[in-house]
Design a protein around this ligand. Structure first.
Ligand code: ADP
Length: 482
């Protein structure tokens, strides 16, 4: 597939099976981050629009939740089949709206999303739990897993459709009705997906409200008739959501930021591991909460390893997102680019900018791939989430120093260790305070596997059996035998 301009979906609210414009006074522009040009615009929404969407979901949920797992699965598989047939349209929308290079969207991200849709379509058919039995004399007890009810999903702009699918599909599979609030920068693919999906669903089971996070997101996270908020985004916004949700209180699942450590021991194949690590650092222009950002390298090989990283950065093809040779696209927005540039500019004088660090001379929100070494643990580039095509370099003298540098941040999402010594690799991952850890690889993600953070990276799981269970409530049923 070469790039062909897709039909842009209408960006509006989907409420009870009808597309209606938001009733906010504001108009929001959707930009192509590769050019800065406006693709389309949409009306913002208000708390009243949120009320209408939640009411539609509330009304539709009991009948949807009462279907058998097989019946729901059949509807979701119908969505999956149509989605897989129309995948190219969604590739083009993510390229335009989210600034994804065509080859990455076409060969990796959208096929993975299609697999996730397929996976989650069947995911609620094999729930498991504690055996029923007589735990109290004279009483037989069993456990039911039921839908929680109305799920609000609030999604970020870095993987617009991937994130929407990872919330919509498992929540629906478990029998919930859903209200989705896409990131205001990237509403296109979610609108197109919802339009496709709703044809296979009863009205009101899937709803969308588009608009500002501070208005629509806050209204959803504090809505008395929402039972669970599943949020992916920044730690600061996650705190706001947890606070808004505390009033009811509403259950929350928070997938927040990260700044993954990558510990490289002296026994690795330097060239091979540098190449894999750079790939895991620059995927999606580094706008990936598990990106392989913080290189923590054994002193004896550090210079050789950083040189190998630079060689890989030299190979990166920054360019038009519609060109299939491009391997590095733009950041999502001018604001995001400015934020990353500020972090780079704020590096201490002792640090060394080994590669990149500047904007190329072209339209759009691009930044050259960047390596900065000689950083200390309390530097902002180490402590903050960068969310750009930037790697940082530190060195260590021994295993315990490597672990303490890796763990010495507030985040706890992902990390990796690179060594040929199996025992050492296992010792180190056991000691890491991160929810997703890998040995000699990085960014292993599949809908079969639970993703989730610790500490400032949030709590709860998405994906795998644990991710499905997040969308259920547990009821203990005891029956007297007398
Ligand atoms: P970023 O700061 O990188 O845009 P956010 O975490 O703020 O990332 O955005 C992720 C999602 O959270 C978006 O859909 C955004 O609209 C939404 N959001 C932003 N602020 C709030 C808020 N106060 N309450 C609920 N949702 C919000």
């Amino acid at each position: 597939m070469v790039f062909t301009m897709p039909q842009l979906p209408r960006v509006a609210n989907l409420i009870a099976g009808e597309w209606v414009d938001g009733s906010g006074a504001d108009t929001l522009d959707v930009l192509n981050p590769a050019t800065g040009e406006v693709l389309t615009s949409f009306r913002g929404s208000t708390a009243d629009d949120v009320d209408a969407a939640v009411a539609a979901a509330r009304a539709a949920q009991p009948a949807w939740g009462a279907l058998s797992a097989r019946q729901r699965s059949e509807a979701l598989h119908a969505i999956s089949a149509e989605f897989s047939d129309r995948l190219d349209e969604f590739v083009a929308l993510e390229v335009l709206d989210a600034g994804k290079p065509l080859s990455a969207a076409r060969d990796a991200e959208l096929p993975d999303i299609a697999d996730s849709v397929r996976h989650f379509a069947g995911a609620a058919r094999t729930l498991s739990g504690q055996a029923s039995g007589e735990y109290v004399p004279g009483t037989s007890t069993f456990i039911r897993r039921e839908p929680v009810g109305v799920v609000a999903g609030i999604t970020p702009w870095n993987y617009p459709l991937w994130q929407a699918v990872w919330k919509i599909m498992p929540a629906l599979a478990a029998g919930n009705a859903v209200v989705i609030k896409p990131a205001e920068l990237t509403p296109l693919s979610t609108a197109a997906f919802a339009d496709l999906a709703q044809k296979h669903l009863p009205p009101g089971v899937l709803n969308i409200v588009n608009g500002y996070g501070s208005v629509v997101g806050t209204a959803l996270a504090s809505h008395a008739d929402v039972n669970l908020v599943s949020f992916t985004g920044s730690t600061a916004t996650g705190r706001n959501i947890a606070q808004a949700a505390a009033a009811s209180p509403i259950r929350t699942v928070l997938e927040l930021g990260g700044n993954a450590p990558v510990i490289v021991f002296e026994d690795v194949d330097v060239d091979a591991s540098a190449s894999l690590i750079v790939e895991a650092a620059l995927y999606n222009a580094g706008q990936e909460c598990m990106a392989a950002t913080r290189l923590i390298v054994a002193e004896p090989i550090a210079e050789r390893f950083f040189d190998a990283v630079v060689k890989n950065l030299e190979q990166v093809r920054l360019g038009e997102t519609t060109d299939e040779a491009t391997t590095l696209g733009p950041l999502i927005s001018a604001a995001q680019l400015a934020r990353v540039e500020k972090l780079i500019a704020g590096r201490p004088s002792s640090a060394s900018l080994r590669f990149g660090g500047t904007r190329p001379d072209r339209a759009g929100f691009y930044l050259e791939p960047t390596l900065i070494t000689g950083l200390s643990q309390d530097d902002d580039l180490v402590q903050h989430e960068i969310f750009g095509p930037v790697l940082t370099g530190q060195t260590f003298a021994d295993e315990s120093e490597a672990i303490s540098l890796a763990n010495g941040v507030g985040f706890g999402l992902a990390g990796s260790v690179w060594t040929r010594d199996v025992a050492r690799g296992l010792r180190v991952v056991n000691a890491l305070n991160f929810g997703n850890v890998w040995i000699n690889t990085h960014l292993v993600v599949a809908p079969d596997l639970p993703i989730g953070g610790l500490n400032q990276s949030g709590y709860g799981k998405e994906g795998g059996q644990l991710g499905i269970e997040e969308f259920t409530r547990v009821k203990q049923v005891g029956i007297s035998l007398t």
